[in-house]
Design a protein around this ligand. Structure first.
Ligand SMILES: [Zn+2]
Length: 245
């Protein structure tokens, strides 16, 4: 990721070294960005800035973990997209924009970078090294979410980025459509999850560290019938699946 200012350098400049010190409002304050919480119609957050001062507004009509992520996302814009006049309004789609989509527009690239910035500002690599050998399951995801005050979805995403184990996270709509997925660095890039789940009644039953066949979640062209460890969790909006080999 090409940064103008990386999340790690923002934290180090302020002297933040512990998870409980990651106070996003304080970080914004030290970066000369005023933060306002108020209802916004159709947007999660926005930022308006000059060369050295910004005002960030976060939609107060959403859950707290979403507000925190949106604020971290806007700090990402402030650190990496500022120019003479900065004016960005970020929709739900922008806050969910992933960087692994193909053929991204300039806006999608900018939004995906702000999202990577946000997750790394809230869950920094340099604080999470001891998690790389922990089991890829919901206990570890909940531990991350509790330690860093982050959502289960973003915590699961970071666990897959950090773990040394071959593993995969996927997010599914309740109708069985795959929304996004990510592989750990040690999992073969030839292993693909299904595009959609047909038997949602059976597949979306919650589990934690259950041994199942990879054919349940993996595309038939790359599934081998091998056992994998599965965790399934429904957060009320979507279904998270974690697999480790
Ligand atoms: Zn944005």
């Amino acid at each position: 990721m090409a940064w103008v200012k990386s999340p790690t350098s923002v934290l180090r400049d302020i002297g933040i070294s512990q998870p409980q010190e990651i106070d996003l409002d304080f970080i914004a304050f030290t970066l000369n960005a005023e933060v306002i919480y108020e209802p916004l119609q159709g947007y999660e957050a926005n930022i308006f800035g000059s060369s050295n001062k910004a005002v960030i507004t976060v939609n107060s009509d959403t859950i707290e973990s979403r507000q925190r992520f949106s604020l971290a996302h806007e700090i990402g814009h402030w650190m990496n997209d500022r120019g003479k006049n900065l004016s960005i309004e970020c929709s739900t789609g922008d806050i969910n924009q992933k960087q692994n989509a193909k053929g991204m527009s300039a806006r999608q690239t900018r939004e995906a970078r702000a999202n990577v910035f946000a997750s790394h500002l809230m869950m920094p690599d340099f604080m999470m090294a001891d998690l790389s050998d922990m089991p890829v399951n919901m206990d570890t995801v909940r531990y991350i979410a509790g330690t860093y005050n982050t959502s289960l979805v973003s915590s699961a995403g970071r666990l897959i980025e950090i773990t040394k184990k071959p593993a995969m996270v996927a997010l599914w709509s309740h109708n069985g459509t795959r929304r996004w997925f990510n592989r750990s660095s040690s999992l073969s890039e030839f292993i693909w999850p299904l595009q959609s789940i047909s038997d949602i009644e059976q597949s979306f039953v919650e589990s934690n560290s259950l041994r199942i066949s990879d054919t349940k979640w993996i595309d038939p062209r790359s599934a081998k019938g091998h056992p994998v460890t599965e965790c399934v969790y429904d957060n009320g909006y979507d279904v998270i699946s974690l697999l480790s080999w």
